[in-house]
Design a protein around this ligand. Structure first.
Ligand SMILES: [Ca+2]
Ligand SMILES: [Ca+2]
Ligand SMILES: [Ca+2]
Length: 169
């Protein structure tokens, strides 16, 4: 009968929380509810994340694909606004000007004082009203936190002794 000894190995992984999808070092959650921009922002902030801000063509396509995969009937809110200065679009978190944008033709048009950005079903952007009337789904975004899993494995003691003799532990 072979004796066994357990050995633990820490495995680092870029894992997003359950239900979140990953792109590079980010995790994204699709919130399939009809929300105003302000309500969507609060929901994301409540799960230690922000409304999604698509900062590259790749990230914009990724979020657009999420919308399609979830069968979206409406667009998703983006973490961008021009509330402070009309026509001056910034990240709602950093207040820095956008370095990437994908406005639909003729947008942003500030119709009826629209100050919050969203992604339309075709994947390009529109400005809509932040608080009254206009509702969309949300995508929340956060930097993934590295999770470490302790993986235990059983190895025969004879193998362990051999590896100790060879100078490995
Ligand atoms: Ca982003
Ligand atoms: Ca505006
Ligand atoms: Ca508009």
């Amino acid at each position: 009968m072979t004796s066994t000894c357990s050995e633990g190995v820490f495995v680092a992984g870029h894992f997003c929380p359950q239900g979140w999808e990953s792109l590079q070092d980010r995790c994204y959650l699709y919130v399939n509810r009809l929300l105003t921009w302000s309500a969507a922002k609060e929901i994301c902030n409540g799960s230690s994340s922000s409304l999604v801000e698509t900062e590259s063509e790749e990230e914009n396509s990724f979020v657009h694909n999420m919308m399609r995969a979830h069968g979206a009937q409406v667009g998703v809110w983006l973490n961008i606004d021009d509330r402070t200065q009309e026509g001056h679009w910034v990240s709602s978190t950093t207040h820095q000007p956008l370095t990437y944008s994908k406005w639909n033709d003729g947008e942003p048009n500030n119709m009826d004082d629209e100050d919050c950005g969203m992604m339309r079903l075709p994947g390009n952007w529109n400005d809509l009203n932040c608080q009254k009337g206009d509702v969309n789904n949300a995508v929340c975004e956060k930097v993934y936190v590295a999770h470490y899993s302790l993986v235990m494995k059983l190895i025969p003691v004879t193998d362990l002794l051999l590896s100790v003799r060879r100078g490995h532990t």
